[in-house]
Each structure stands twice: as structure tokens, then as C-alpha cells.
Unconditional design. Structure first.
Length: 340
């Protein structure tokens, strides 16, 4: 079996330097770290997690639990988390919660508390105290945490900022009759929902409409459950069949937006000539769709980098400060679905 000593010798560094480099320690010079990683790849080095655990009390494993893995966006997020873990010489166990409290409890109790050094978790049905108890007190970073008084570090997608940018783009290209698909106006008045993903994207949409001086009608916000392409396709049918004027639509995810485009096509409505459509997420399928999809692209590598950075600081005991909240970078990507 290839050892850390073998890797260090091949890279021309000390064993300690090789170990720090493979763990992604920022104190190691980038060219030295790359030389160590190249030696590890060449020798097919695999860390002995059992030995590491005995020495350090850690497994070198990070848990990642997100809503679903059979949809493009969360699947791509899971891949980004795995890449970032590997960059630090760690392994990631990516789990699907299916938005089920039973699954969330099971993952926290059986995976996080027993196997992982810490967890990046997207909660939907368990509160902070339940997370703390079920995870055995392991370090935790939450994704899009809606807690008013956070207990854990969290990384957010730029929901409000992105929603505002999406609707502002529709206004900038001349849209006068805009719909936002994915939530209801009433959700904004519900304290329990107003900090969720859909509500924050709607708040951003409202901001863009108000800044442009456009009239606000609660009917502009169309509910959708579940957020999948089939339901969105049927929603597009209803929009067309209702006869209501519409020339721009913001689908609150790319999956919704792609379903809407298909539904409009079913009714002979052309995108973008008749209706401009923009989504949110930046999934890879959007670029290959016909028409290619304009979107608010979340930088998943940045999201993973920020989440992993916060988690490793807690695992390594580098901070015991109050919970930190960071937001992932994003950009407006203009493609064919809004080009007129």
C-alpha cells in the first residue's frame, strides 16, 4: 500500500508538508500543494481513513444532505460539494432527504453523528435544536437557513438579488405583462414562509417591479406544486387558455422555466417572440435547450467553497464565533429565451 511517506518522497517534501497539502491547508504554497497532489495521483495514493480516525479522532468524511438528487440543480450542487471536499483531501457522502422529516432525522442520526466529521445540510423539516441533538453536536453548515436567530453557519443562494435581476431583465427588454411562477403573493405575508426560497425570490421580483413603477397585482404570482417541468408545462397551458395578456415570465427555477417553454410551445406560443422566459439556477441543460434558457446562474463552485470553508473552520476549531451567513455569487446569463 502506498503511504504518505511515499507521496512525500516522490514530491520532494516532508511527510508533514505532504499531509497538510492533501488536506488543503492554506499555509502550503500553491505550487508545492500541486506537486504533492500530482505525486499522490501518480502513485494512486488513497488515504487510510481508519488510521487517520484513530490518530486524529476524525474520519476525513463530510456529509452533504440536500432535498433531491434526481433533479439537475441539486445534483449539480452535490457534484460541486464533492469536488470541493476532494480539493481538501476529504471524501463527501451526498444524501437525499426527499424533503421528508423521517429522512432528515435518519441522515442526521445514522450518517452525520456516526460517520462524518461535519455536515452541509439543507433543512426542510427539522429545527436547529433537533439538528444539534440528532447530529451528536458535530459541526454543521446549513444551506438557505430560514431561522430568524441562526444557531449554525449558513450559505445562501442570492434569491432576492437574483429574483430582482431576473424581473429587471424582463422589464429592460420591454415586457409589460409579467408573471412570476412558483409561489403565491399571500406567502409574502406569512411569517413562516417569508424567509423561504420562493418568498425571497418573489420579494426580489417585487422590488424590480416597484422600481420600474409597474402596477402590482397579486394575480401576477402563480403557485406551482411541485416545482417540476410537468406541472410547469400544465401551468403554461392554463396561462394561454385563460386569455390573459403575458409577454414575460420568470420561472423561479430553471426546471419550471423549461416546463413553461414546452407548455407554451404546445399552445403555439413562441419563445421569445411572443413570451420571454427566464429561469433561476443555471443548470447545464438550459444552455442546450431550444431556445437556450436565460437564467440567474448560481455559482455552485463558490457556494461549495464557502460552505466547506465555514465547516472546516468549525471542524478544525479555528473559530467559536457567532454563526456566519454568506451568500453565493450569481450572474445574469442572457440566452435565446429572452433575446428579441
Amino acid at each position: 500500500m502506498v503511504t504518505m511517506t511515499d507521496v512525500a518522497h516522490a514530491a520532494g517534501v516532508s511527510r508533514a508538508t505532504a499531509s497538510y497539502a492533501l488536506r488543503g491547508d492554506a499555509r502550503i504554497a500553491p505550487d508545492t500543494a500541486e506537486r504533492v497532489r500530482e505525486a499522490a495521483r501518480r502513485l494512486h495514493y488513497t488515504a487510510n481513513l481508519s488510521a487517520r480516525s484513530l490518530r486524529s479522532g476524525r474520519n476525513g468524511v463530510i456529509g452533504v444532505a440536500i432535498f433531491e438528487l434526481d433533479r439537475p440543480y441539486p445534483s449539480e450542487m452535490g457534484a460541486a460539494m464533492s469536488r470541493e471536499a476532494a480539493r481538501h483531501g476529504l471524501q463527501a457522502i451526498v444524501q437525499q432527504t426527499s424533503n421528508s422529516k423521517e429522512s432528515e432525522i435518519s441522515i442526521l442520526r445514522k450518517v452525520t453523528s456516526q460517520l462524518c466529521d461535519g455536515m452541509i445540510f439543507s433543512p426542510g423539516n427539522v429545527n436547529d435544536e433537533e439538528i444539534r441533538a440528532l447530529s451528536g453536536g458535530k459541526p454543521m453548515v446549513l444551506l438557505d437557513d430560514i431561522s430568524p436567530d441562526p444557531v449554525f453557519d449558513s450559505v445562501y443562494t442570492a434569491c432576492a438579488e437574483g429574483g430582482e435581476a431576473a424581473v429587471r431583465h424582463l422589464i429592460d427588454i420591454g415586457c409589460k405583462h409579467i408573471l412570476i411562477v412558483g409561489g403565491t403573493y399571500e406567502d409574502l405575508a406569512d411569517d413562516g414562509k417569508s424567509t423561504g426560497v420562493s418568498a425571497r425570490r418573489m420579494l426580489g421580483s417585487l422590488q424590480a417591479l416597484e422600481e420600474a413603477g409597474m402596477p402590482i397585482d397579486p394575480g401576477m404570482f402563480l403557485p406551482l406544486a411541485p416545482w417540476d417541468p410537468e406541472t410547469a408545462r400544465a401551468c403554461a397551458h392554463r396561462i394561454v387558455d385563460s386569455g390573459r395578456p403575458v409577454d414575460g415570465v420568470f420561472g423561479m427555477t430553471d426546471t419550471i422555466a423549461l416546463g413553461l417553454i414546452r407548455g407554451f410551445a404546445d399552445r403555439g406560443i413562441r419563445v421569445p417572440e411572443d413570451v420571454a422566459v427566464i429561469g433561476f439556477d443555471g443548470i447545464s441543460e438550459g444552455e442546450c435547450f431550444i431556445p437556450s434558457l436565460s437564467t440567474i446562474r448560481t455559482d455552485l463552485d463558490d457556494l461549495a467553497r464557502k460552505a466547506m470553508g465555514l465547516l472546516l473552520k468549525r471542524i478544525d476549531g479555528e473559530t467559536d464565533d457567532a454563526p456566519v451567513r454568506l451568500t453565493a455569487d450569481y450572474e445574469l446569463v442572457v440566452r435565446e429565451s429572452t433575446r428579441r
